[in-house]
Design a protein around this ligand. Structure first.
Ligand code: PLZ
Length: 461
């Protein structure tokens, strides 16, 4: 196992197109998909994957794509990471499920021990495991409400927290996440985010925090606030990095207000931004932290970790679920975390940022439609606008993304206005592959594909 923690993918790490994109076999599968799968589930890039490893996806037609999406920030350790594969195979052969609430197993406890070690703060911690990011966030809210005896939850403009009823309520964007899916859970309040590209120039993090706090105090009432919930860098909302000082000021306010400060690190966590968790960048110690995605190398696992007194406030049996902390997902998580440690993937994320940000800034210099380049570590984005304004250009974002897809690079879009191109490479991606993907992006901006006549349904990614 120790050897596997450092082992690279055996799949050739190359961009190789052998058919048009999508190829004939993918097109055929897409036909079957459309006849069998709900139209409510969208597809960003209609190529069907056969194998994936390291920084590439290989489709059923034999095309090899450079992966700058990592399954939306999930396979940070690389797809089918050797140590994860081995751990999963061993665990599946031993036992697949017991339900931790019925008869426990060590893997669950070991994941919680890792979470206590890795998350910010040296206070005593407890964790509970679930299956998804939405479930983690939803449970963090349940715990905060129970521990405080209060009900109001504050979320922010541009926030994304999931697709369950409560997490839809917490999510800001209507299309495609909320439209006609209401009514939504009550006692959710929205506060203004710190969004340096769109705030008045020079707005500091402290000023943006005062603006949010004034609104919370006036509209919700300090004594009613159970939790303030925030993504330290917003994900689906467009990789919005708040001005420095914003997060610490909110955390301080929570401490004084007796509210629980909850960091949703589902997308930012597990080395993505160059630290184990994005909160660490400003020394913020959340009371509760929700994690998922990168935690388990592609297996479904979510967690809430936090102060022992908050986590233990809940009555026995108050938290759980049939599959939460499934043994196979826990085995995968321990191998993924081991891989992150052994390969210093936080350092790798910083190196990816050091490659990408200067290249994207150079591209922005010669591309007036790039209004902003932002992000940290391996979570970076460009926001596209009509030149000389801050008016969003979602059309262009879609066209550049499609040009990249056609050239063999998987990129995703994001943003409240759909005008952000975001990059989330696996942290194990090779330097050559990353450079090549950036070359493809340069070319896509030089000649973006013409608009589609009929556009696919609004896609989340
Ligand atoms: N919190 C910060 O980014 C998931 C959503 C994909 P689940 N982001 C990808 C889509 O369109 O459904 C996410 C997140 C943050 C919570 C979640 C929810 O995580 O594992 O998708 O439930």
């Amino acid at each position: 196992m120790t050897d596997l923690l450092a082992a690279p993918s055996t799949l050739p790490q190359e961009r190789r197109l052998v058919t048009e994109v999508p190829g004939p076999r993918s097109r055929e599968l897409m036909g079957r998909r459309n006849a069998a799968v709900s139209a409510g589930v969208s597809t960003t890039l209609p190529v069907f994957v056969e194998r994936a490893g390291g920084g590439v996806l290989v489709d059923v037609d034999g095309n090899s794509f450079i992966d700058l999406g990592a399954g939306i920030a999930v396979v940070s350790v690389g797809n089918a990471a050797p140590a994860v594969v081995e751990a999963v195979q061993q665990q599946v052969a031993a036992f697949t499920h017991t339900c931790f609430m019925v008869t426990p197993y060590e893997g669950y406890v070991a994941v919680c021990e890792e979470l206590a070690r890795l998350t910010p703060g040296d206070h005593e911690k407890r964790s509970a495991l679930f299956n998804t990011g939405a479930e983690a966030v939803e449970n963090a809210v349940k715990i905060a409400r129970h521990a405080t005896g209060r009900q109001a939850v504050v979320a922010f403009d541009h926030a994304y927290h999931g697709r369950t009823n409560l997490t839809m309520a917490l999510t800001a964007k209507n299309m495609p996440y909320k439209h006609r899916f209401g009514p939504f859970a009550p006692e959710v309040y929205r506060a203004p985010m710190s969004y340096p590209f769109r705030d008045a120039p020079g707005t500091t993090g402290a000023e943006a925090a005062s603006r949010a706090i004034a609104q919370i105090e006036a509209q919700v009432g300090t004594a009613n606030v159970a939790a303030v919930l925030i993504e330290p860098i917003q994900g689906e909302g467009g990789f919005v990095v708040p001005a420095s000082g914003f997060l610490p000021a909110l955390a301080d306010w929570c401490r004084q207000a007796g509210a629980v400060f909850v960091a949703d690190e589902v997308q930012t966590g597990f080395c993505r931004t160059g630290d184990w968790f994005a909160c660490e960048h400003e020394g913020v110690v959340p009371d509760l932290i929700a994690t998922a995605k990168g935690i388990a190398g592609g297996m479904p696992l979510g967690a809430v970790t936090g102060r022992a007194e908050v986590m233990d406030a809940v009555h026995g049996g108050g938290l759980g679920g049939t599959y939460g902390g499934n043994p196979v997902a826990c085995a995968a998580a321990l191998a993924a975390i081991g891989t992150m440690r052994a390969q210093d993937l936080a350092g790798a994320a910083r190196a990816i940022g050091d490659t990408m940000l200067p290249r994207l800034r150079a591209l922005a210099e010669r591309t007036p439609a790039i209004g902003d380049v932002r992000g940290r570590g391996a979570m970076v984005a460009v926001e596209l606008v009509r030149p000389g304004t801050t008016e969003p250009d979602a059309e262009l974002a879609g066209r550049v993304a499609r040009a990249c897809h056609a050239a063999g690079v998987v990129v995703l879009t994001a943003g409240t206005y759909g005008n952000v191109l975001r990059f989330l490479p696996p942290l194990v991606i090779g330097q050559d592959l990353l450079d090549e993907a950036l070359d493809v992006l340069d070319e896509a901006f030089a000649a973006p594909m013409p608009p589609l006549t009929s556009r696919p349904p609004a896609s989340p990614a």
